[in-house]
Design a binder for this molecule. Sequence first.
Ligand SMILES: Cc1ncc(COP(=O)(O)O)c(C=O)c1O
Length: 451
Amino acid sequence: MRGRLPPARCEGILTAPDRSAAPSSTAPPPTGATWPAADRDTTLTLTEPPHAESWARHPEVRIDLQPHGYAAPSAGLVDGSVAVARLRLPIDGGSDWLPPQRPGSHLAGHAQELHPEGRQHPPCPGRDMTTPQLHRRFPALERTLPFLRLGDAPTPVRKLTGTGRDDLWCKDDSGYGSGGWGGNKVRKLEWLLPELRRRGVRTVLTVGATGTNWGLAATLYGRELGIDTVIALVDQPEDEHVREQLRRLRRSGATLHFTRSKPLTMAAAPWLFLRHARGLRLPSYLPAGGSAPIGVLGYVEAGLELGDQVEAGELPEPRCIVTAVGSGGTAAGLALGCALAGLRSQVLAVVVNETLPLATVDLTRLAGRAAAVLRRRGAAFDIPPPRLTSTRAHLGRGYGHHTTEATAAAQVAEAAGLHLDPVYTAKAFAAALTAAPDGPVLFLNTYGPRT
Ligand SMILES: Cc1ncc(COP(=O)(O)O)c(C=O)c1O
């Protein structure tokens, strides 16, 4: 029988065994080499065997109970009431979340649930109901890949003046998003949120830096669908831009955990999952920046949109499209979308984050995983490999550290009517000013602040 697990009773239990404090007569539990780890297999210490047994019945958790007489004083445990458990946590946000599909199985049922009145999209007052490019191009996806319009497409393209080059264009996604935050994250959420809703997810766990645009957008748009967001925040260099973003995050309704560094976040991950479980349901994990393959589709959509704009003569086919890279989804999706649209443009991925693998090969792999999702969901296509190059030339001292080139570039952009942020878009714009001298170059403005 599955019992409810009050998360509060699990609090404080995921402390690494304090070996120094262990009485010599009672050896610490055999946590092995897996602690601390954010792997799928993580060894944890649970305070009370009855709770551990309940977790053992959790469908997503594999648990081997080993009652143990050890108590870690630092964790405040009661002597003799400790179990060592091996959890298999659903850290699977990188997959496309779906088990193998049988034709006409639960997805078809879900399509009905999402479209109760035979509409193509769930009713959502005040939203633009236009059909996404991916659904138009691959009608099979309408039933398998839910979409929720959150902004007005297409976003505008325009030639920039006064930048020192006369072949520089901008596709301006800053206005994208009708909620409390805008920019590139909204396009990812248009695919991620309905997928989460389809799975009945009520709590999302994600990660970001203290000024995370992603975490803010996920919280604000998720909230509208009744999805709560928990964010583990790692430190970044603090400036007024970051402090202001943190104030927005605090007001947003997100639950914030200041885990400070990547290793500490990984170590805390099991505790965070259990702490925010609702009954037997663990939170659903979304990777940094929303760059799960389904999130990447947001920029596949943008690439297709751009293809239409080129075809309509709104801008010349760019030789090079420049975008900032924090978690990779935007650049990977854009390159895939351009390939699908038949554009020959090369995406220049300007890496601003040294803590994730974001080399050309990694981004190309991510684009491949997004393409695999599309194929699995019923889209058939044959395209050349996405054209994408990653560069760290504008990273400077690392994520969130200002560079003089980016600061100067932001001023040039301001004069051309673009308000950029120092962490992402200013560095990408610095690259755009010198990229592909034989242009045309298209700069993607991904920064979408609201008040
Ligand atoms: C304003 C802005 N631009 C660009 C990016 C990079 O996008 P991605 O995480 O998809 O690489 C982010 C987020 O990371 C962002 O917040």
